[in-house]
Design a protein around this ligand. Sequence first.
Ligand code: ZN
Length: 199
Amino acid sequence: MSTVDKDGMLIDAKITLKRYTSIEHGNLSTVKAVVVHQTDAPTAQHTFNGYNAGGNGAHFLIAKNGDIYQTASTQKRCYHVGRLIKSKCLTLDKNSCDSAEMAVILAKSWSNQIKALDAHERQKAYPARYPVNSDALGIEIVGKHLDDTQYEAVTPAQNTSLQWLLGELYSHFSLTKADIYRHPEVSYKNPGEAKGASW
Ligand SMILES: [Zn+2]
């Protein structure tokens, strides 16, 4: 079992600490969910090079061979979810949406609709909405995008490491399987991202 140190880093022989403060953007005061991604890069090093420059990133990265890196503190916010979240009620159970307000939103043009849906959803508390950067950790799995609907397969070693890491995060942050999301569930992404990830 890993421990979490005072800086929000997980201490365990299975995790290499490689923190990039360049991808941390303010404090993450609560962790309610985890979003699983694929990097669209061929190696971990490609992603580390990008992290040096700052901007978007996630808290953990799992290399092709299953090596786990922690790349940001679990106490810091990373930009990994994206600007616009989807509507959870619309996806999971339309009848649970505020139907009058939803009808107004869905009558808008697509580009206005996704902005209005995002604003509407952000008024809700998790888990009524999908996770956002201010309440979720991100895990990146190394893998290239192949075309509009597919990413590279997640390797067995990556899935083994993902399952172990999620087990640790369940304990440290009192999460359950229901709090783990593939990135395309949450925001408008290539539907193949993290499709091969299993937990
Ligand atoms: Zn992603």
